[in-house]
Design a protein around this ligand. Structure first.
Ligand code: SAH
Ligand code: DHB
Ligand code: MG
Length: 220
């Protein structure tokens, strides 16, 4: 396989991010708080966060659902797209992650916009009612199919569903992979292929998060 230097992806990510994203002390503080609290640095990149924000803005989203909060970095981006009238519900299984996220969201002035629900996302999702305009799925990859099924139930027609980490360095293209996270995403791919309620594509990405990708889907 042809290899492109990771360093090149990082520098091009930096080049564009410097130009298109405003300096953002609130987001910098959230990343610093996450690191100080020992959270893994697996949030979306700044450029990806802004993509989520722009997607939500472009469909006029007022209600957003997120599965997988971590320290709330992607949450802040999405919540800014719906604030002040809109709302966001985000699901997180780890109470420590949720506590860090709540503090970051409060510092971002978004405590009144975002509800962080602690517990297994499948339990939280089962108790929610829609309609949501956009769902961002970014938790344990093993349950991706079930998360998207719930997002389909909860999102309005024309609503958007975004799934992170659907490439994982190319591992998702390998049918022999024994990684359960890869198996979870391959199961999602088959479910999407068979589901007439949804119209989906996939975009591969490189950058500060290495080689990965998103599924972007619209509810029919
Ligand atoms: N969306 C975040 C990153 C999320 S990382 C961002 O870009 O900033 C994935 C998160 O999903 C972790 O915090 C992890 O604790 C959480 N998670 C894992 N399994 C989960 C489950 N079953 N229910 C809810 N959250 C879960
Ligand atoms: C991992 C999870 C993510 O959501 C991500 O964006 C990158 C990595 C992980 O669990 O390794
Ligand atoms: Mg992710």
């Amino acid at each position: 396989m042809e290899r492109v230097d990771d360093h090149l992806w990082h520098s091009v990510d930096g080049y564009w991010t410097e130009r298109l994203l405003d300096p953002d002390p609130v987001l910098d503080a959230a990343r610093a708080a996450n690191a100080a609290a020992g959270l893994p640095p697996i949030d979306v990149s700044p450029a990806q966060g802004k993509m989520l924000y722009l997607l939500a803005r472009s469909i006029g989203a007022r209600r957003v659902l997120e599965v997988g909060t971590l320290g709330g970095y992607s949450t802040i981006w999405l919540a800014r797209a719906v604030a002040p009238e809109g709302t966001l519900v985000t699901c997180e299984i780890d109470p420590h992650h949720a506590e860090v996220a709540r503090a970051n969201l409060a510092r971002a002035g978004l405590a009144g916009t975002v509800e962080v629900r602690v517990g297994p996302a499948l339990d939280t999702l089962a108790g929610l009612t829609g309609p949501f305009d956009l769902a961002f799925v970014d938790a344990d990859k093993e349950s991706n199919t079930e998360y998207v099924q719930q997002a389909l139930r909860l999102c309005r027609p024309g609503g958007m569903i975004v799934v992170d980490n659907v490439v994982r360095g190319g591992a998702v293209g390998d049918p022999a992979s024994t990684d359960p996270r890869v198996a979870g995403t391959r199961r999602l791919a088959d479910a999407l292929a068979a589901d007439h309620r949804i119209d989906a594509t996939m975009i591969q990405t490189v950058g500060t998060k290495g080689y990965d990708g998103f599924v972007l889907a619209v509810v029919r």
